[in-house]
Design a protein around this ligand. Structure first.
Ligand code: SAH
Length: 373
């Protein structure tokens, strides 16, 4: 992007209006421009044919419309697709598109890497590089929508912030992105179709509740005792289960909505009957459901997935306690078995192929904060 230009995607609607008025354009042009960008997927001002040529030229001399570049698309035999996006500074992120009968869910990233250092997570192994800017978060949705529209198939129905990164550790930019994603002047998704998943950053769970952005909340629970959760998720040492669950209890839920508790089942670690009973007990009084996710192994991972019988037994205990508790299989396992793996592989391929890739990798590594487990 030309540095002297303003990235139009960093301006809120009101800021854009004010800016246009300052340059002598009518403020309603802002909504026209936003409609071109978010609804008609325009990539340049030249395409905005209901705006006079002179005004389009003025816009182009002041603003840029940057986009994430699609570096790679991989398709799974189960219908899932992974997209690898390139950022302006050479880093990469990924999004995963997951079809099921009535939904087409896009799983998006909120950071390059992650600082949470969860022991079962591949993204954590690479450490943290940087926060995504708000437009880099919402643009994952825009670019995949654009691809789907060109193909003429159905569009995205649901969005989950469950890709790389901890969304609540990048709170301000994630909130701005959610505003673009859920605004009628932006991407126009109903907030009930958007879910933010967190490892449990308690003050920011409260802040999300107060923000007025009424997206769904998912909590990565993953253990039934502080002892085990401390080991799996270092964030628990800062905000242990009692505080996390208290934050869930005071989270302002819309009518008929529930908090989703994700529980990655790790063989012999958190998958016993006792664990299931403790989970059922600790969630009492919270309007919640439990998504059970058998661990998705990756090369070098130190955990295994439990057998089918163990998974079903765990599920049955929760069902007996009247929780909704579906078992969720990770999708797209044949294309890149775990979250973050596509990016890992792409970086390795770049490293192997080019000196430039090697340089980039080294630079990336210098900036990483190694997970402190
Ligand atoms: N940082 C956020 C969102 C990213 S992780 C969070 O912690 O919620 C999204 C989900 O993937 C989390 O529920 C996490 O527990 C789960 N997950 C991470 N690695 C996994 C693996 N190898 N197998 C199965 N689920 C995994």
């Amino acid at each position: 992007m030309n540095r002297s230009l303003v990235n139009i995607k960093t301006l809120a609607r009101d800021e854009l209006k004010a800016d246009l008025v300052k340059t002598g354009l009518k403020s309603y042009r802002a909504d026209q421009v936003l409609q071109w960008i978010y609804k008609k997927h325009a990539l340049s001002f030249g395409e905005m044919t209901n705006i006079a040529t002179a005004e389009r030229e003025m816009l182009a001399s002041r603003f840029a419309i940057p986009v994430l570049s699609v570096l790679h698309e991989e398709r799974s035999t189960d219908g899932a697709r992974k997209y690898l996006f390139g950022l302006e500074d050479g880093h990469t992120i990924e999004s995963v598109l997951i079809p099921d009968e009535d939904r087409l869910t896009l799983c998006i990233s909120s950071q390059v890497g992650c600082r949470q250092a969860c022991r079962f997570c591949l993204t954590a192994k690479g450490g943290f590089t940087r926060n995504l800017r708000s437009w880099e978060i919402s643009d994952q949705v825009l670019m995949v929508s654009r691809i789907l529209k060109e193909e003429g198939g159905r569009g995205i129905t649901n969005i989950v912030l469950m890709g790389m990164g901890e969304p609540l550790a990048n709170f301000d930019e994630v909130l701005k992105a959610l505003q673009v994603i859920t605004s009628g002047r932006g991407l126009g998704f109903s907030p009930r179709r958007v879910t933010l998943s967190t490892a449990g950053l308690v003050p920011f769970i409260d802040a999300l509740g107060k923000s007025g952005v009424k997206v769904n909340l998912a909590i990565s629970l993953n253990a039934s005792t502080d002892e085990v959760r401390d080991r799996l998720m270092p964030v628990n040492k800062r905000w242990p289960l009692k505080e996390l669950l208290a934050a869930c209890r005071r989270f302002p839920l819309e009518p008929r909505r529930r908090i989703t508790f994700e529980y990655v089942l790790l063989k012999g670690v958190n998958d016993s009957e006792g664990d299931a009973l403790r989970v059922a007990k600790m969630l009492k009084g919270i309007r919640g459901k439990v998504n059970l996710i058998p661990f998705n192994p990756f090369p070098g991972s130190e955990y295994d997935r439990p057998g089918e019988k163990t998974v079903r037994r765990f599920q049955q205990i929760l069902l007996d306690h009247r929780y909704v508790a579906p078992v969720r299989e990770s999708r797209g396992r044949d294309i890149s078995a775990a979250c973050g793996q596509l990016r890992e592989r792409a970086i390795e391929a770049l490293d192997a192929a080019t000196d430039e890739g090697r340089g980039r990798r080294e630079e990336g590594e210098k900036r990483c904060t190694p997970p402190s487990s």
